[in-house]
Design a protein around this ligand. Structure first.
Ligand SMILES: *Cc1c(COP(=O)(O)O)cnc(C)c1O
Length: 421
C-alpha cells in the first residue's frame, strides 16, 4: 500500500522536487554519490558539466527528439491487451510498447542520448558494457549511425550464452571484447570498461547502460528514459480519461522502471511497483532481488542496496533473464522505496517463463524475459483487481532474443544449435 504520510514528506511536497534529485553531490537521499578512484573523478565531472549544459540547450533536446522519432521509432504505442484482460477477469491491462523500438528494447533511448552528448563533447570513440547484449546492440547501432568507433565489453560467459547478439554487434561494426575475469559476466565487463575509460578519456565516452554507477549516470540515464512516462501519461489520459491505478515495470539496474514511473511520482493515487528477479529461490546466490537479502553497500561507484556477503564481497546472482542479473539496484529506486512511493515485488524464473508464454499466445506479443518478470506480477495483480480498475505495464523489450533460451529451458529439442560467429 502507498503510505499516505509521504504526502507530507518534505522532498515530495512540491511538484518540482523530483527534479532536484540527485542533489549537487549526486545523491538521492542516502543513496548514489560518486565512490570512484581519483582517476575517474575528472572524467565524471567533465561529463556532468557537459550534461548540465546539454540538458538546458534547446538545440540538443530538439536533435534528440528528432533522433528518437526518426531512428528509434518514438512515440511507442500504448496498447490495450483486450484478450488478456478478458482471460484474467480483473483490471484492464495496458502495455507501453517499448519493445517496438529499434533494436528491440528501451535501451536505445539512453544510447542515443549519450551518443549525442559524446558528439557534442568532441569524443569520437565509444565504449560500453553489456550483459545480455541489448545495451551493446543499441550502442553499436547508434555508433554506426554516428560514424563513431565502438568497443563493447562483455563477459566471456555472457558471450557464449548470447552468441547471436555478439554477431549482431559485430555486424554493426563494433569490436566486442570478451572479459575473462571473475564470473565472466556483467560486473567484470563494467570493471574493464572503467579501466579503458580511465586510460582513453580524452577520446572516449563511456555509455553506461542503466540508471546505475557514479554520478552523473543515474540521473542522466533516467532523464533519457523519462520520455516513456511523458508519453504514457498523455496516451493513458487520451484512452481512459484518467490515470492508471497501478503501474508495473521490471527492475534490473532500474532504467526502464524509473523512466516509466518518473512523471507519475507526484500522482500519489497511482501505485508504482518495481519487480526484481526472484530467480530459482530467495536463497543466497539463487536470485537477483536486492531488496530481498541485500544490504547497503557500494558497488561500481554507487551507494545502494547490494547482494553481498558478511565481508562485503559481492554475491553471485541468478536469473533466467540476463538483463536483471546484477547485484546492485539503481540508487533512485532505493530512495523512493524508503519513502514508500515505489513498492517492490519479485517474480521467479518459472513465473516469468509462464508470463512469457501467456503474453505470446494470448496477445501474439513475445516479451523479453526481463519484461516477463513485470508481466508475471501484473497478471497476479490484475486478477485480484476489479474490471473498473487499470494496470499499466512497461513492455521494456521484445522476446526474439530469448526464444532460444526459452526453448532450452522449456526442454524443446530439435532446434538448431546457435553457431558462434
Ligand atoms: C536491460 C533490460 C532490462 C533491465 O534493465 P533496466 O535498466 O532495469 O531497465 C529490462 N528489460 C529489457 C528488455 C532489457 O533489455
Amino acid at each position: 500500500m502507498i503510505h499516505k504520510e509521504i504526502i507530507k514528506h518534505p522532498t515530495l511536497s512540491s511538484p518540482q522536487d523530483r527534479f532536484a534529485l540527485p542533489d549537487s553531490s549526486g545523491c538521492f537521499g542516502p543513496y548514489g554519490g560518486s565512490y570512484v578512484p581519483e582517476t575517474l573523478y575528472h572524467p565524471l565531472s567533465e561529463l556532468n558539466d557537459a550534461y548540465v549544459e546539454a540538458k538546458k540547450d534547446p538545440d540538443f533536446q530538439q536533435e534528440l527528439s528528432r533522433l528518437l522519432k526518426e531512428f528509434a521509432g518514438r512515440p511507442t504505442e500504448l496498447y490495450f491487451a483486450e484478450r488478456l484482460t478478458k482471460e484474467l477477469g480483473g483490471a484492464k491491462i495496458y502495455l507501453k510498447r517499448e519493445d517496438l523500438l529499434h533494436t528491440g528494447a528501451h535501451k536505445i533511448n539512453n544510447a542515443l542520448g549519450q551518443a549525442l552528448l559524446a558528439k557534442r563533447m568532441g569524443k569520437k570513440r565509444i565504449i560500453a558494457e553489456t550483459g545480455a547484449g541489448q545495451h551493446g546492440i543499441a550502442t553499436a547501432s547508434v555508433c554506426a549511425k554516428f560514424g563513431m568507433d565502438c568497443k563493447i565489453y562483455m563477459g566471456a560467459e555472457d558471450m557464449r550464452r548470447q552468441a547471436l547478439n555478439v554477431f549482431r554487434m559485430r555486424l554493426s561494426g563494433a569490436e566486442v571484447h570478451g572479459v575473462e575475469a571473475g564470473s565472466k559476466t556483467l560486473k567484470e565487463a563494467i570493471n574493464e570498461a572503467m579501466r579503458d575509460w580511465v586510460t582513453n578519456v580524452r577520446s572516449t565516452h563511456y555509455i553506461l547502460g542503466s540508471a546505475l554507477g557514479a554520478h552523473p549516470y543515474p540521473g542522466m540515464v533516467r532523464d533519457f528514459h523519462r520520455v516513456i512516462s511523458e508519453e504514457t501519461k498523455r496516451q493513458f489520459l487520451e484512452m481512459e480519461g484518467r490515470l492508471p491505478d497501478e503501474m508495473i515495470a521490471c527492475v534490473g539496474g532500474g532504467s526502464n522502471a524509473i523512466g516509466f514511473f518518473f512523471d507519475f511520482l507526484e500522482d500519489l493515487d497511482v501505485r508504482l511497483i518495481g519487480v526484481e528477479a526472484g530467480g530459482r529461490s530467495l536463497d543466497e546466490g539463487e536470485h537477483a532481488a536486492r531488496f530481498e537479502g541485500g544490504k547497503l553497500g557500494v558497488l561500481q561507484g554507487c551507494k545502494t542496496w547490494i547482494l553481498q556477503n558478511a565481508e562485503g564481497q559481492i554475491n553471485p546472482t541468478h536469473s533466467v533473464s540476463a538483463g536483471l542479473d546484477y547485484a546492485a539496484i539503481g540508487p533512485e529506486h532505493a530512495y523512493y522505496r524508503d519513502l514508500g512511493r515505489i513498492e517492490f515485488a519479485h517474480a521467479g524464473d518459472k513465473d516469468a517463463l509462464d508470463a512469457f508464454r501467456k503474453l505470446s499466445c494470448v496477445e501474439g506479443i513475445l516479451p523479453a524475459l526481463e519484461t516477463s518478470h513485470g508481466l508475471a506480477h501484473a497478471f497476479k495483480r490484475a486478477a485480484q483487481m476489479t474490471p473498473d480498475q487499470t494496470v499499466c505495464v512497461n513492455l521494456s523489450g521484445r522476446g526474439d532474443k530469448d526464444a532460444m533460451e526459452a526453448a532450452r529451458v522449456m526442454g524443446v529439442t530439435g532446434l538448431p544449435e546457435m553457431p558462434l560467429p
